[in-house]
Design a protein around this ligand. Structure first.
Ligand code: HEC
Length: 261
């Protein structure tokens, strides 16, 4: 009996010890933030929509900061009309980029031309190897689906962007990496990308680190789930239909059975 008790005690202690070690080596759970759209994976956000102004500011952050390193292959410039840019604005944005045309000219050379709305977002690097070589061996991931590709979605991206800190003495990070509270392992090859007033917002919003992180994360959430709103609207219509249909059926049932009562 005594032996058994000691054994169980040892087992429990061992287990809690292991769990503690895991928690220490792992990144903390990112704190939950308020999102205008309620989060891409939130089941309770039927009536929530993306904040258009935040989406447009978020695009500005991506364009002026993140796009130096990160591609967004799944987006075309014309998709920006969906977040409230006009056709003219989209044309002007696309034209700022030099795109290599896929069709060679009459001399058989590949030429570049100004972008058009149908072009996909220009990749900052010609290939993955070049992207890695420029970033300490770690290629910056494509951001098209990043919000869905990480657990805790928006909350993680926001926490990551605002989670840089001085490396603690007991957790030095290797040369060329930066300490980040929320990155698994805490040593990330991305230098802190966002600075207070690092950009000037077109709409006059103050560009704090938190504001930029919030806006760019909202933009990335939309990019990963562009049909979020229409899907939710369909859900609402289906619910309304079911309510009306149930009412009709109830009325019909009373009518049919009226004589039998
Ligand atoms: C100077 C280049 C550079 C810039 C600018 C940059 N990043 Fe990165 N980013 C990287 C690199 C390199 C990695 C890969 C880091 C690693 O795996 O250690 C990365 C990784 C990431 C990741 C993935 C982290 C994970 O969990 O794997 C996200 C999200 C991210 N960046 C978002 C952004 C956003 C948003 C911006 C703009 C505000 C931005 N980055 C600007 C270089 C950059």
């Amino acid at each position: 009996m005594r032996r058994l008790r000691t054994l169980i005690l040892a087992g429990v202690l061992g287990l809690t010890g292991a769990a503690g070690a895991l928690a220490a080596g792992d990144a903390p759970v990112p704190p939950a933030q308020e999102w205008s759209h309620g989060g891409v994976n939130s089941p309770f956000s039927m009536f929530k929509t993306f904040d258009r102004a935040s989406l447009q500011r978020g695009f500005q952050v991506y364009k002026e900061v993140c796009s130096a390193c990160h591609s967004m292959d799944l987006l075309a410039y014309r998709n920006l009309e969906e977040i409230g840019f006009t056709e003219e604005e989209v044309k002007a944005i696309a034209a700022q980029y030099e795109i290599q045309d896929k069709t060679p000219n009459d001399q058989g050379e590949l030429v570049t031309r100004p972008g058009i709305p149908a072009d996909h977002f220009k990749n900052p690097f010609p290939n993955k190897q070049a992207a890695a070589a420029a970033n300490n061996g770690k290629a910056p991931p494509d951001l098209s689906l990043i919000v869905k590709a990480r657990s805790h979605h928006e909350d993680y991206i926001y926490a990551l962007l605002t989670g840089y800190a001085e490396a603690p003495a007991d957790h030095p990070v290797p040369e060329g990496t930066y300490y980040n509270k929320y990155f698994p392992g805490h040593a990330i090859a991305m230098a802190p990308p966002i600075y207070p007033d690092g950009i000037t917002y077109g709409d006059g919003t103050k560009a704090t680190v938190e504001q930029q992180a919030k806006d760019v994360t909202t933009f990335l959430a939309w990019a990963a789930e562009p049909h979020l709103e229409s899907r939710r609207q369909t859900g609402i219509m289906v619910m309304l239909f079911l309510v009306v249909f149930a009412g009709l059926m109830y009325a019909a049932k009373r009518r049919v059975w009226a004589d039998a009562h």
